[in-house]
Design a protein around this ligand. Structure first.
Ligand code: 3HC
Length: 708
């Protein structure tokens, strides 16, 4: 759409929605790349073309179809928060429902959100076998606001509607047909099949049902269906009102008239639109897509095709990575040095899949298909023909270097060589090979088959083609890639390290691990930092710190250094696996331990610090400001391409609550000047570790957001 000189929008509706007559059927084609979203131009065009079809004597039926092998991906998310232009989706739906000619929607690709809601107002829906349908509004902190909660509930009943709308999942054509959402699955050319279907409707004199008037699935509904869902999930649905409102709307469909139900849904949709969670989740929607784009690389640089992979190391990480690749349909060679290690790795993979199947989160056939893709091997020669090798061995410099020399000796020219290191220097690893241009970091997060984030770490010698290939590969295996520069901790762990230091400082000043963890949980993290450390195990970090102290790169006598973790390890408390760490454990249940508080008192006494009460609000601000300040440095050092990439990394890899949009978004919401002033005050009180980032100072002074 182009703005005209008066600042109004020219809707270009004639381009967005086109009209043709095929025999006796009016074909209304939605053509609004990239995803045929229902922006103002499309809505205006649809109304105009529906009226044209209604007035056209030659048209005995109306077919609505999308261009470019897709139907409609929903409302235009870019319009949210702006004044509405043109007709509402409900105006189009009314015209469809009341049409005295059969209206058919023909769906290919995706029919999501407002797109599916549009189709639910048609008299019939037909689709290709590959179509994906869903109402994913919940992922944007919204509910289906174009009658979806009312029409779908009337069509498939409250139980199935709750499942579909509360998960936001996409369902395939067979399931949609089984539920009654699709009337016919068309093999072959969709438009031809839909025209034939429309002509049959006309010949048989069928006008078709109007879903909003259907009542059989919404009478005598057992109220426990609704109350059970509320009771089961109330705790889980923290931070966003959308799921609660969705249940309210579905309940409303079981007791209100169609018109009242639609009004009820409209009010609930408005409430969600004003919920701060909605803005945060829309931010993340666009941030995730932006993160996949690499600045400064020519669009002509194409990714290499990756049709097979080898993974070195069948441990927990290597196995998890193998599962991710196999689930995406990629054949994987899983390599280890001994049969025993391989057997243990494969057993672990099988066990994980069994758990998923037993939980009902994966079909047995899918798990079996994934296992069949994983081929355990011994000997590097097996890697000679794969397109990508991912190293996932111990985090020891010499071992990784040795592994890379071996991979380099056998891998075919043009193969991409990736390391899953979380801590080592990518440039050094690349330099032990004869092809540093093909070497890249692919930093997966544990459990790798579950966690979405992959940091793609670019060394100085990596070629553009390697970078683009790694990003495309991560996308292809359904991960969320974020490009990172090569530095200690890359993006995610560098920030984690910084806010971990701050959390330790808060302990020294008087907080307890329990208080900090509860404050972080209340903020929305799934678990606090001390529970997380206990879960990961404290011994690895202890050994790494001991090495750094021995090498003189870490000063345990520095005033900021809090040796609590070291003392816990000295006492044999390595975390959950030893039954004690920051907490004591009965199984997996953690309890605060007065002995830890005593250790903190002792450390504070040694450092002449008076411990005293600290407010939860202060804990959250100190930790968030530490993340933001480090994040700003990371952006200005070009370790991250943009501030929103940090939000994506934290939301998809570190449990930052999505309904808060990420640390950098959090800072913008509070205003960069306010965050800057807090950090400057901390610097005055706590010293140099709080030096405000130059980028933050500059953006705050300019009164701008991160993007200027
Ligand atoms: N509105 C505006 N832009 C959209 C959009 C939408 N609904 N859906 C996708 N886009 C844009 C993306 O931002 C991206 O733009 P870019 O190229 O500038 O980065 C481009 O379309 C392509 O998107 P993807 O990269 O995500 O393409 P994929 O092919 O990987 O995925 C998709 C396609 C599955 C349709 C995915 O884009 C998607 O899930 N879209 C959102 C669907 C959705 O949430 N719909 C509900 C909207 S809310 C609603 O309908 C409210 C209603 O109830 C009133």
């Amino acid at each position: 759409m182009d703005a005209d000189p008066d600042g109004r929008w020219k809707l270009n509706s004639e381009q967005a929605v086109r009209y043709r007559i095929h025999d006796t059927v009016a074909v209304v084609l939605i053509d609004q790349p990239p995803v045929n979203a229902l922006g103002a131009a499309v809505r205006e065009g649809l109304i105009a073309m529906l009226h044209r079809a209604l007035a056209d004597e030659q048209a005995q039926a109306i077919l609505i179809i999308g261009a470019n092998d897709r139907f409609v991906a929903g409302a235009d998310i870019r319009e949210f928060g702006k004044p509405r232009q043109g007709p509402a989706i409900s105006d189009i739906q009314k015209a469809m429902e009341r049409a005295p000619k059969p209206v058919i929607c023909a769906m290919d690709g995706h029919a999501l959100g407002g797109g599916l809601e549009l189709a639910l107002a048609a008299h019939y829906r037909i689709a290709t076998p590959r179509v994906k349908l869903g109402l994913p509004e919940i992922q944007l902190g919204l509910l289906p606001g174009a009658g979806g909660t009312q029409r779908l509930t009337r069509l498939i009943g409250p139980e199935a509607a709750l499942d579909l709308i509360l998960t936001g999942k996409h369902i395939a054509a067979p399931r949609a047909a089984e539920l009654g959402i699709i009337d016919h699955i068309a093999e072959g050319d969709l438009q031809q099949a839909a025209i034939a279907f429309a002509k049959r409707c006309v010949a048989e004199g069928r006008l078709g049902p109007i879903l909003i008037e259907k009542a059989d699935r919404v009478i005598d509904v057992d109220p426990r269906i609704i109350s059970d869902v509320r009771a089961r999930n109330a705790k889980k649905w923290k931070g966003t009102i959308a799921p609660f409102k969705i249940v309210d709307c579905i309940e409303a469909a079981t007791r209100l008239s169609p018109d009242e139900g639609l009004l009820f849904e409209r009010a609930a949709f408005e409430a969600c639109s004003n919920d701060p969670a909605h803005a945060a989740m829309v931010h993340l929607f666009f941030a995730e897509r932006k993160a996949a784009k690499v600045n400064g690389i020519s669009a002509t640089t194409r990714p290499r095709s990756i049709g097979s992979a080898g993974i070195v190391g069948a441990g927990t990480m290597g196995g998890g990575i193998a599962m991710s690749l196999a689930e995406a349909g990629l054949p994987v060679k899983l390599l280890d040095n001994t049969q025993q290690a391989l057997d243990a790795g494969i057993a672990r993979i099988r066990h994980n899949y069994s758990l998923s199947v037993d939980r009902g989160s994966m079909a047995r056939a899918k798990a079996d298909a994934a296992i069949a893709k994983i081929n355990p091997v011994i000997g590097y020669d097996h890697l000679a023909d794969v397109d990508l090798v991912i190293e996932a061995v111990f985090e020891t410099r010499t071992i990784k270097h040795d592994v890379f020399r071996r991979i380099d000796a056998v891998a075919r020219p043009g193969a991409i060589l990736a390391t899953n290191t979380s801590a080592l220097d990518i440039d050094e690893i690349a330099s032990v090979t004869r092809r540093p241009q093909d070497v890249i970091g692919l930093h997966f997060f544990s459990p790798a088959n579950v966690m979405k984030l992959v940091e793609v770490v670019r060394g100085v010698l990596a070629s553009d083609e390697t970078v683009v290939s790694a990003m495309a590969f991560a996308n292809a295996i359904a991960k969320v890639p974020v490009l990172a520069g090569n530095c200690e901790g890359f993006i995610g762990n560098r920030i984690l390290q910084r806010y971990g230091t701050e959390a330790d400082a808060l302990l020294l000043e008087g907080a307890t691990p329990w208080q900090i963890d509860i404050a972080l949980k209340d903020f929305g993290f799934p678990m606090g930092i001390y529970l997380m450390r206990d879960l990961a195990g404290l011994d690895v970090g202890w050994r790494m710190r001991a090495n750094r102290i021995a090498a003189g790169t870490l000063d345990p006598a520095a005033p900021d250094y809090v040796p609590l973790a070291d003392r816990l390890c000295t006492a044999g408390r390595f975390g959950q696996k030893t039954g004690a760490g920051y907490y004591t454990y009965a199984g997996r249940t953690a309890s605060p331990d007065p002995a830890v508080d005593a250790m903190l008192d002792q450390i504070a006494a040694e450092k002449n610090v008076m411990r005293g009460p600290i407010e939860d609000e202060e804990i959250v601000w100190r930790i968030l400001c530490a993340m933001v300040n480090e994040g700003a440095d990371i952006v200005s050092e070009e370790i991250a391409q943009r501030a929103s990439d940090i939000d994506v990394a934290y939301a998809f890899g570190y449990g930052f609550p999505k309904y808060r949009g990420g640390p950098m978004f959090w800072a913008e919401q509070h205003g960069l000047p306010a965050v800057h002033d807090r950090i400057a005050a901390y610097a005055a009180k706590y010293g140099p570790r709080w030096q405000p980032s130059a980028l933050l100072s500059e953006r705050a002074a300019a009164g701008k957001g991160w993007d200027g």
